[in-house]
Design a protein around this ligand. Sequence first.
Ligand code: SAH
Length: 364
Amino acid sequence: MTTTETKPNLIDLDLADCEALVAELGFKTFHGRNLFKWMHKHGVVDFDAMTDVPKTLRAALRERTQIRLPRIIQDHPSADGTTKWVMELDDGQRIETVYIPEGKRSTICVSSQVGCALNCAFCATAQQGFNRNLSVAEIIGQVWHAARQLDVPPTNVVMMGMGEPLANFDAVVKAMDIMQDDLAYMLAKHRVTLSTSGIVPNIYRLREVSDVSLAVSLHAPNDALRDTLVPINLKYPLAELMPACKAYVANDKRRKVTWEYIMLDGVNDSLMHAKQLIRLLEGVPSKVNLIPFNPFTGSDFGTSPADRIETFRQRLVRSGIFAMTRKTRGDEISAACGQLVGRVEDRTRRLGRILVEHGRMVAP
Ligand code: SAH
């Protein structure tokens, strides 16, 4: 008999996989469509409730497969409406997912890895270290739970939770495909955003297989400073990052790259930095999201004062760049940008640190 561990998890499958699976079991492919729709559109994970799936197929599925999702073990609501869910995975590690309502819009911030290996100087997730990539089921499972928890389905998903999504390329792309599927979560491509610290080769790969919106964690307008804040810059400096991002939006005149720029007091927030940023973004269709730094225990950075952030923003706007300041949401429950920690059994951080200290960065 197959054990629970080795049975394939149906939540890992996209629509084409579901169709292929039922065909393999000797049934018509449209039953695969129904199976997929039951799981994602209706949130049904009990085979017996899938009433239009033939009983014999249900029995075969029960015998050979399983339906497994992460479990919500904590629910932290915040006064501003933001909710953070802590989800436990089969190996006992924990990830965090954030729900951010804003008028008619509601955004789910989804994690892609258990921890993160990239060691950005200002990020709490980095301090947890890194354990492993999430599976497709663990990624789309976060959206599955969000859709069940809410009265109205989420309108937007951002891959901005724990982890570097482009370091878990295949699973993230497949999960984003499921988010966009009409039989699942029906999100339009411009309502799914992937944020990356800048894994350049995978920005080019993403362009081949997906057309989600791209956000890039820039945080500094020159290599010397970016090397210290976002160490992956040692491997993929700005001269490589900028053309990759430009290429990503080149096919569609309406598209822009969203640049995330954290405002760190006295570090990257002067008018000189604003001018360098303007020069750097020349010729790239851009919008800039200024993110006031969210403090966490053990961090040495401070948040830029509000008036300095506004001066910086105005300088960008005057040069024709669309720039806004991201509203801080969920900070009282440690759910704001860069505050997600989960529970991570660190495997690699010390190694990553040593290599960064020697001026090199290993690929994640
Ligand atoms: N690893 C991906 C996805 C994370 S997105 C990436 O780097 O893009 C989360 C965003 O919040 C990133 O832009 C990240 O740099 C930023 N961030 C990290 N720590 C932060 C903090 N303490 N305060 C504000 N923003 C932070």
